[in-house]
Design a protein around this ligand. Structure first.
Ligand code: 2AM
Ligand code: CA
Ligand code: CA
Ligand code: CA
Length: 275
């Protein structure tokens, strides 16, 4: 039975190289364009970093499959099969990257038979490296991670994100959800502009929970392993099991807080191909 630890070492190496490419690119002038809406940004660096990661991994593992945000945007089918599959977000926090706001990460997850085996997230501004392999714990720069054990939502710090979809109905639901979460009351809500780094805050116990609609498998894959291995839970916004392709997630240190968040949320319906 493969333990995939060699693949994890390769992922760490390429995530570091990709992250250093991002941290150099942040100092240069950026070529920014938009994809599906004016707020759905992409830069040359997103494409270059994804190309570096996928070409390096494909050369090493020619039989593996690859899902990447920018390849998917370019029309490559985004499909999770039973084959060993790398799930890549080359720059998570592109809007932050454009503004040099220091919350930007490279995220590489790996699944076999649709089960997540390991995840690597590299914080491009400070070089922090988050890693986890199923059954072997989660680490930040080699130090074991542990989620918050808080069960009382009135003592929780909760993270979320605003996606690229800004029509008035979506914003109304977003604000309604945030109002409910805030008026629990919780200690507060934070929006840092990077789904993967938000989820890493839950893994490290700096926040109690995270919820988001509209994100994709490359936003969640690596972080889901890291949170689970740090002792936390990751689920669907309905309270059911996480479906990487469902475009929604609730993650928390404790099941009590996850279930509380689930109860507050009015779901936003994202179709497979919606924003
Ligand atoms: P990205 O930077 O890789 O696109 C803030 O926008 C966070 O949400 C980022 O992590 C961003 O990932 C992610 N995100 C991107 N598109 C989104 C969408 N349509 N809905 C929700 N989150 C999205
Ligand atoms: Ca994007
Ligand atoms: Ca992302
Ligand atoms: Ca991205």
């Amino acid at each position: 039975m493969a333990d995939w630890s060699e693949c994890l070492d390769v992922a760490v190496d390429i995530a570091r190289r990709a992250g250093q490419m991002v941290s150099c690119a942040v100092q240069l002038e950026k070529r920014v364009s938009s994809k599906s809406t004016p707020t759905d940004l992409v830069t040359e660096a997103d494409h270059q970093v994804e190309e570096l990661i996928i070409s390096t991994l494909r050369e090493k593992y020619p039989t593996h499959r690859f899902i990447g945000e920018e390849s998917s945007a370019a029309g490559v089918k985004c499909e999770l099969t039973d084959s060993p599959t790398w799930i890549i977000d080359p720059i998570d926090g592109t809007c932050n990257f454009v503004h040099s706001f220091p919350m930007v990460a490279v995220s590489i997850g790996f699944a076999v038979r649709k089960e997540l085996e390991f995840g690597v997230i590299y914080h491009c501004f400070d070089g922090t490296l988050y890693t986890a392999r199923k059954g072997h714990g989660a680490f930040c720069n080699g130090v074991r991670l542990q989620v918050s054990k808080e069960k009382d939502v009135s003592k929780a710090l909760i993270l979320t994100e605003i996606g690229a979809k800004r029509d008035s109905a979506t914003l109304d639901i977003f604000l309604g959800n945030m109002k409910k979460i805030l008026s629990a009351p919780t200690h507060g809500v934070r929006i840092i502009g990077s789904s993967t780094l938000s989820l890493c805050q839950v893994a490290s116990g700096a926040a109690e929970a995270y919820y988001q609609y509209g994100l994709h498998c490359w936003d969640i894959a690596a972080a889901a392993v890291i949170i689970r291995e740090a002792g936390g839970c990751v689920m669907d916004t309905t309270g059911g099991p996480l479906d990487l392709m469902s475009r929604r997630v609730v993650a928390a240190g404790t099941r009590e807080i996850a279930e509380y968040v689930v109860k507050q949320l009015q779901p936003i319906n994202y179709g497979r191909d919606d924003l």
